[in-house]
Design a protein around this ligand. Sequence first.
Ligand code: ZN
Length: 185
Amino acid sequence: MENLNKIFKALEFAANRHKYQTRKGVGKIPYINHPIRVAKTLIDFDEDDSDLIVAALLHDVVEDTAQGEQQIKGLSDLILQMFGENVLLAVLEVTDNKSLSVEERKKMQVQLTPRLSDRAKKIKIADKICNIQDIIDDPPEGWSEDRKIAYLDWAKQVVSGARGLNHEMDAYFDEVYSTSMRKLE
Ligand code: ZN
């Protein structure tokens, strides 16, 4: 029950932080659906470490709801206080540095992922699975087929640096990647 408490506290916290945001897709799906799905993907593949599930629920909170050093520091302190160091570390590991350009951030993800902690690597794979599924089911407005294919290929590169911790989830990524690619080509 203690874990369930922590998980629902994280769910409420993330829902609050993302409350005015929607996904990029034409469907304007509430943003919170995404971290819920990332957490559920991990649970579906038998991941039951509560710090991992909590970090998955919070994985986009710093990147998407805090701007500038001051806000990031304040939010990090709050996450540390509420959810502990393991959760904060994993969340910060999967947070892009927004002072870099989108292209640089993409390059950094490929370069840095092999050095991430196990928790952060698992979140990366689940995140990319969900993002690819969204690109097929609820594509971002104005994305050409080429742009979608480029995203899938980049996601595969990132995931190649995160493999080896959960073989079923790795295999599921490959399956989602190939079925999605087939739909695009
Ligand atoms: Zn995400």
